[in-house]
Each structure stands twice: as C-alpha cells, then as structure tokens.
Design a binder for this molecule. Structure first.
Ligand code: FES
Length: 133
C-alpha cells in the first residue's frame, strides 16, 4: 500500500427529504462519516482519514463525498446512501490509497462509484502527455 495519506471528505450539510413533501429533512453525513470510519478501523486500514466537510456544491446529489490524496486524482461522488454504502466506501478508499495515482480500475469500482462520479480533478502536479492530447 502507498504510504501517502488519503482523505475521504464527507459532506455533513447534505439534506435528504424524509417526508416526501420536502418539508422535513435529515442530514445523514455525520452518520455516514462515522460508519465509514468504523469500517476502516474494522479492516485495520491505516493512512486513511474520514473528514467531515461542509457543502461540496453538489447539493442535488446528496450525500456527497470526495476521495483525495497527495499526487492523486480527486474523485467527487454523489448519491451515496449513508445506510448501505459505508462498507463499499471503506473498501474503495483502501483501493484508492493503494493506487499510485488515485485511479481505480473500472472493474474494481463498486456501483455507487460507477454511478455516482460527478467529477475527477487531477493532482496539482499533473501535466498532460503528448500521447493524451
Ligand atoms: S450540502 Fe452537501 S454538497 Fe451541498
């Protein structure tokens, strides 16, 4: 595993309607962050921090999270279910941490990741290669 640090940002401002009319909401971000942290501890993962964050500006895709790490692509992901995705987020974070550049092969990405990716942002050190242009 890479020794570089990985952070999972979890939006704690995201609101989900709980009454079907948009009048009453829950904010499941803190519950999600705690559940992901529990799974990581249970797996004995190290070098991965779960960090609550305020709005990631993707409020219509609650809950939103981001995987980020030094010299790695950052992935912003929406539509995460706090009640069912914590374990998959933990496993994905470990794969992200183990990767050189943050890119996880498609077949290793769980469904929440495949369906939920909103953006990926290159690391600050990124420079395009002639081959990619
Ligand atoms: S409130 Fe969570 S992305 Fe805006």
């Amino acid at each position: 595993m890479s020794s570089k640090r990985t952070t999972i940002f979890v939006c704690v401002s995201c609101k989900l309607a709980i009454d079907g009319h948009g009048n009453d909401f829950e904010k499941p971000g803190r519950e999600l962050a705690a559940a992901v942290d529990d799974h990581l501890r249970g797996a004995g993962a190290s070098g991965i921090e779960v960090r609550p964050v305020e709005c990631l500006s993707v409020c219509k895709r609650a809950c939103t999270i981001a995987f980020t790490g030094q010299n790695k692509w950052t992935y912003l992901i929406g539509g995460v279910d706090a009640k069912t995705h914590a374990d998959e987020i933990s496993v994905t974070a470990q794969r992200f941490a183990a990767s050189e550049d943050g890119i996880i092969p498609w077949k290793e990405r769980p469904l929440f990741f495949r369906k939920g990716v909103i953006a990926r942002v290159p690391p600050e050190t990124y420079r395009i290669t002639e081959k990619a242009e």
